[in-house]
Write a protein that binds this ligand. Structure first.
Ligand code: DON
Length: 313
């Protein structure tokens, strides 16, 4: 389906063209060797409105490593499995620290601040792993992504997962540290294996924007009518994305863009305009906080031009 909303499509095309001109592209992630070779000149943007119209610009069909954006979907799954008991294992406050920081964990007895920093996402993955073989849990996550995006071609990039596993010293430290406090139930290897692989799911902006639609529409995909989560849960996930989705850059993202958003070190951002649209942007170069540099700038331009900030025009 292409856009039948010419205004939205022209805004998206304009922004994609503007981003193509820019020379400030940030730095691609290098701590995961497989991501270090990604071409920083790429840019993609897709907006899907409430009627299902798709406005696409740039490299909107190119698959990229969704990385931490997967944490939104694993949080959704874990809440579906154990409900509010999840909040005994992970908090709901912004950390004000980098995504891979370990400093708060000792003071807070191994309970991570929120589900989007790495420690929190590893704890959430542990919930999904409980009672299953790692392979089954991973299959569950991948099937959920395919179902949400209505696209069975979505796969895991095993080279990215292996690359991160080989060099994942910090995540291994975080997981062992939480295990020592009893916050993880499963063998550290099992939980980390699933975590690395769900971060390595590859999706295009179009697939990601499709997958995020339930968050923009009170928990239901308005095109299929499928209810994914209750409206209250969608609202709360959006609240966490707003306050914690960009780590120690979350305040700046709210200030400039004004939407719930979740970034990944692959350069993607999923942003939600409640009641209006699900938005995915991808520009591989990152800022100092590990969030997409041009992705944030593009979203700022988009929300300003459409008046979509949740805080007003
Ligand atoms: O665990 C990691 O470090 C990566 N798999 C994900 C980190 C990430 O995407 C941070 N987001 N901007």
């Amino acid at each position: 389906m292409t856009s039948t909303n010419p205004d939205l499509q022209s805004v998206v095309t304009d922004i994609a063209n503007e981003m193509a001109q820019r020379s400030d592209r940030g730095e691609v992630a290098s701590y995961i060797p497989e991501l270090a070779g990604v071409d920083a000149n790429q840019f993609g943007l897709v907006v899907i409105d409430a009627d299902g119209n798709i406005a696409a610009g740039g490299d909107s069909e190119a698959p990229f490593s969704i990385q931490s954006i997967s944490k939104v979907f694993t949080l959704t799954l874990a809440l579906g499995m154990i409900g509010d008991r999840l909040w005994r294992r992970v908090g709901r406050e912004p950390s004000g620290n980098p995504f891979n920081s370990i400093v708060q964990l000792e003071r807070e007895r191994g309970v991570p601040r929120n589900p989007f920093i790495n420690a929190g996402a590893i704890a959430v993955t542990d919930v999904i792993v409980s009672g299953h073989q790692p392979r089954e849990s991973l299959g569950e996550i991948l099937r959920f992504m395919r179902f949400l995006a209505q696209d069975s071609s979505i796969v895991i990039d095993h080279a990215v997962a292996a690359s991160e596993k080989r060099t994942g010293y910090r995540n291994t430290a975080l997981a062992n540290y939480m295990k020592s406090f009893g916050v993880l139930e499963n063998p550290v290897d099992f939980t980390l294996g699933v975590y690395f692989h769900h971060c390595a799911i590859a999706m295009s902006c179009r697939q990601l924007a499709m997958a995020g639609r339930y968050l923009a529409h009170s928990g239901t995909n308005p095109s299929t009518g499928f209810s994914i989560v209750p409206a209250e849960r969608a609202r709360r996930i959006n609240a966490l994305m707003l306050t914690c989705g960009h780590y120690d850059g979350s305040g700046e993202f709210a200030y400039r863009v004004g939407l719930p958003g979740k970034s990944g070190v692959g350069g993607g951002i999923l942003a939600i305009a409640p009641g209006k649209a699900s938005i995915a942007v991808w520009a591989p170069g990152l800022d100092a906080n590990g969030n997409s540099h041009l992705g944030r700038i593009a979203l700022e331009a988009l929300t300003r031009r459409l008046g979509w900030s949740i805080f007003g025009v």
